[in-house]
Design a protein around this ligand. Sequence first.
Ligand SMILES: Nc1ncnc2c1ncn2[C@@H]1O[C@H](COP(=O)(O)OP(=O)(O)OP(=O)(O)O)[C@@H](O)[C@H]1O
Ligand SMILES: [Mg+2]
Length: 208
Amino acid sequence: MTKAGLFLTFEGIDGSGKSTQARKLADQLRAQGHEVILTREPGGSPGAEEIRSLVLEGDPDRWSAETEILLFTAARRDHLERTIEPALAAGQVVICDRFADSTRMYQGLSRGDLRGLVDQLHSLMIKREPDLTLLIDMDPDTGLSRAKGRQGAEERFEDFGPDLQKKMRAGFLALAHEFSDRFRIVDGNRDMDSVAQDVTEIVQAALR
Ligand SMILES: Nc1ncnc2c1ncn2[C@@H]1O[C@H](COP(=O)(O)OP(=O)(O)OP(=O)(O)O)[C@@H](O)[C@H]1O
Ligand SMILES: [Mg+2]
């Protein structure tokens, strides 16, 4: 059993397998007797889930880039206050599907260079970084075709296309270099169980 909580995040481009791997890891850790909170961003608390529909549904031009960063930060602050911090304080393992690194990438890079703004807001309102971030790295075209296989209302960001996916992949790898103490890169171009095996080894080492 863990004594202090552990904050794990999954990051990577659309369709890289974050949600799949987060679920598998949660199941596995629970089977080992850990108390696990599986959560996601944007969302993860009632208020943040309401903000999630504001940012993921509707017209692609619904928000300016700056307003969008404020909404993501507001959602993250609520998620942190209501869900993440209480769980960590209780010694639980928090597995979060996307976190601040996704905002650094998508809101920081996709519509102009707003990374500075994202970082300033983060240091004012969020401060917390994960203990460990698993970056599922993969070929952008495969990721896109996997992601497009799904249907739903959350499509505001789905039509960015292959060029943005390539840029995001490179951006995530650069971020892993920038925060090399907490990032681990997993090769996502393999079947789910092989990817899960790597994830397990990395997380078991962190739990020891
Ligand atoms: N290793 C894998 N091999 C083949 N298919 C996979 C693999 N991992 C996940 N998938 C499938 O690809 C699709 C996307 O996976 P998943 O939803 O886990 O990705 P994601 O990173 O959470 O995507 P998004 O960023 O859009 O939320 C799903 O249909 C899933 O079943
Ligand atoms: Mg997902």
